[in-house]
Design a protein around this ligand. Structure first.
Ligand code: ZN
Length: 134
């Protein structure tokens, strides 16, 4: 069993990072504590903390990137849910052994230096699912 400890973050695709940050800060009263570009995923990210969970806003830096394509197809909104696990590689292996289709066969480095890996939404009832470990 993978047994995630908590929801590490919720990834939300937005067209305009600054406008979205203003909403989270000025309406919800959360504080953006980091903005980071992840060239690998062609995104610029902004982070907010709520308890143990983060909100990760994702703005595409390239229309051909995964977030650019997502917004074109589905519009802005929840893009993925990330579960905190002990070991991302191990969690991916366990999911695969139970017949879940993987996007990442191996963990790779994501924002905040975490090791991340994605499961295919076809196998997870429509939710793009990420595992995250330190
Ligand atoms: Zn994520």
């Amino acid at each position: 069993m993978i047994k995630p400890t908590h929801i590490e973050h919720i990834g939300i695709a937005v067209s305009n990072l600054n406008e979205a940050i203003a909403y989270y800060e000025e309406v919800l009263g959360l504080k953006c504590y980091a903005i980071e570009e992840v060239p690998d995923q062609k995104v610029k990210t902004a982070f907010f903390k709520i308890g143990d969970t983060k909100i990760e806003l994702l703005e595409s830096t390239d229309p051909e990137g995964p977030i650019g394509k997502f917004i074109e197809k589905k519009g802005q909104g929840i893009h993925h849910i990330a579960f905190a696990v002990e070991n991302t590689d191990e969690a991916l292996k366990q999911a695969e052994s139970k017949g879940i289709q993987l996007i990442d066969k191996q963990a790779r480095k994501g924002a905040e230096n975490l090791m991340i890996g994605f499961l295919h939404p076809k196998s997870t009832f429509g939710v793009l699912t990420e595992f995250c470990s330190k």
